[in-house]
Ligand binder design. Sequence first.
Ligand SMILES: [Zn+2]
Length: 94
Amino acid sequence: MPPIAKHLKTSSERTGNEYIELHEWLDKDPEKKAERHDITKIYEHGKMIEEKYGKEGLQEYIQHIHDDVKAKFEHIQHDMEKAVADTLAYLGVK
Ligand SMILES: [Zn+2]
């Protein structure tokens, strides 16, 4: 998943605001990180975030989770492509 610095940069490019407190809330505490990224809690967390940061902050929260999911699947895809290529090479398939 993208490091906090990457989230700050993309938020800043989108909105002119890094939303550092929001991204740190999502990523910084390893014990709460999974719960704060739980998509079944988007409504509950989203209400709290919108009250604190407004609609733009709410959108940045959702975008953060979107960007993490996208990066995770790109990583899985990369690992899978490598495993397939390694297996084909092992079997002598070209
Ligand atoms: Zn994250």
